[in-house]
Design a binder for this molecule. Sequence first.
Ligand code: EPU
Length: 451
Amino acid sequence: MTDDVLVVHGGTPLEGRIRVRGAKNLVSKAMVAALLGDSPSRLFDVPKIRDVEVVRGLLGLHGVKVTDGTEDGELVFDPANVESASTDQINVHAGSSRIPILFCGPLLHRLGHAFIPDLGGCHIGPRPIDFHLQALREFGATVEKRPEGLHLSAPNGLHGTKFALPYPSVGATEQVLLTAVMAEGVTELRNAAVEPEIIDLICILQKMGAIIKVHTDRVIEIQGVPKLHGYTHRPIPDRIEAASWAAAALATRGHVEVLGAQQADMMTFLNVFRSVGGEYEVTDARAPKLGDPGQEGGIRFWHPGGELNAVALETDVHPGFMTDWQQPLVVALTQARGLSIVHETVYEQRLGYTEALNSMGANIQVYRDCLGGTPCRFGRRNFKHSAVIAGPSKLHAADLVIPDLRAGFSHLIAALAAEGTSRVYGVDLINRGYEDFEAKLADLGAHAERP
Ligand code: EPU
């Protein structure tokens, strides 16, 4: 643990420009989709983060040749020799990511059986996979839970089905898509998640030869096809990372331009950012031409000076305010005058990190009640899932231990905003989702170093 610490000298506004690449929550799924093709796929703008390494390792174990392309961040997947891997080999990746659960459909199609190790990911609630398994059974898969992991087979092949999700889960929607595209017949998924990363996955599958209709009211219809080919794709940029740097700019009274950030995918965040009192400007991309070097698109975020405003917000599925935007923004809300309210409706235990902020001088109370109008599954189940943030609070330095990815980034922002020197332990966890974050901190003028 002692090596895994960042010493942060806070109190300096972040100033400068950084770039975000392909969305973590799309890229890893796009990599899994490559398993379905009968020819190579090519993915651009792949960030160097741990989830990518885990999926690359798992694909390799299943015979997919993964090589670096000529462009920085380009990966090429050759699925010509897909083969089974031993449970021991696969279990090397146990507990390291949640993506392995999405290998079910593609492996069942390619091999007729699949073994899925124990999942990892952030500890932000129980994170069950019941919707995934229920959907796979509906397609005709047999699922056996054994101590070492999940064994699946499809003795009679996979068949289209009508299925309604109890909640618009991102992962379960992806599970259905990755399975239905090559299942025999038509699948109708109701109450599907429609996050931009899911729409981008649908674009990839369509490029591969899939037939997918996205209807209104969260209904997705997939007509199975017998064969898919490889794709070439440049993924949507990471809107969670972009919002995290925006929140860091606001909390440190700085000015950060996030190249690659896209307005359309961040509309809900931008509305809240403006309501809090932050300012932003969208710069559209312009292709270079004679006499004009062109311009890379992005969004500049800054603190305009003066006081920030308290707001009330609820996290929700798309098009609502993302649960992953919540933790970084709350740090900025500790600097707003008045009472801000945050009602977390996606995960039941995603406010634990507020204790660390309180240890730095913030004034945040968490409640079991639903402090918001969105019908929420947690109110009657006794989870502390609403927060009231009283501000502004002067943050002071502290020793912090990072509990999970997004909370970790919020700890980091708090340390950057606080007066004095903080020690942030467990920072390697941030590498799971934020590419080169230490280099980006340096580019933004932060005073942070490994001891
Ligand atoms: N849920 C179930 N049963 C299931 C699946 C989900 O009850 O079978 C519940 C979950 O417990 C949770 C809710 O449904 O309360 C939403 O979960 P969802 O399935 O949508 O989340 P996920 O697919 O596991 C992805 C992202 C998360 C992001 C959520 C919500 C990836 C790898 N992860 O998780 O990202 O918070 O969607 O947008 O795509 C992160 O990047 O730090 C992260 C946690």
